[in-house]
Design a protein around this ligand. Sequence first.
Ligand SMILES: [Fe+2]
Length: 265
Amino acid sequence: MSIKVNPFKNNIGASISCNLKSLEPKTINQIKEALNNYGFVCFRDQNLEPGEYLKFAQKLGKIKEYPMLKDLENHKGITVVERKENDKGKSYGEGWHTDSSYLDKTPKYTCLMGKIVKKDQGQTLFASQLASYDALDQKTKDKIENLVGVFSSAGPISVTRLEREAERGTGKSKDFLAEHSIVKKVGSKKTLYLSPGHTIAIKNLGEEESKNLLKFLFNHQTKKEFQTSFFWEKNTIVIWDNHSVIHSATPYQGRRMMHRIILDA
Ligand SMILES: [Fe+2]
């Protein structure tokens, strides 16, 4: 059975209607193809128990350990991403970033499922890095082609997980520093792989040049024209390709809880 993929505006993200409890291998390939084309895909009304959610994710890739927080009890591989009623700081993940880019082996996909979501309770912004790379002028593309970024787990986004780390932290929050090419290949296209949340320098450039180039690229990659705003509902599952999009939570109040799984391709 073929699935129906409905792209959002400017082909940034797409919605897919299907039942994730029973998928044929062919359908998984279609989902991956949609991820290659649109960067992120969403599925509404998926009433999966944690065990079923893990089973689905395993069909997409190898489940990866998230080093910062302890897993959901009895369900290794699921991270609880939560804002509590009386939390004071920013929302978890508020600020542009791509997940766990401070690891040597970074996750290709992230799956996020709405478990407790009230109406109008925050959105996730996605910015297509297929589109942002495409829009760079040739001179900049040539300049950055072989550059390597330095990524830190203590980058600016790290403050948004402090309240959860206080409860469920593994104590490793400042331990990770990695280097990655800032231009990646996804299918036949290229993308920008960096973010204000984790990228702290460009390797082999002077401090000033590195700072100026990052400032330019951060400003470029987060332009409105590359963005889609996605609203959450209970039982919505979103999957994104961390090599194709960067994302940011938006501020909201009250308790919201999601289950997250990160995957190697
Ligand atoms: Fe994130």
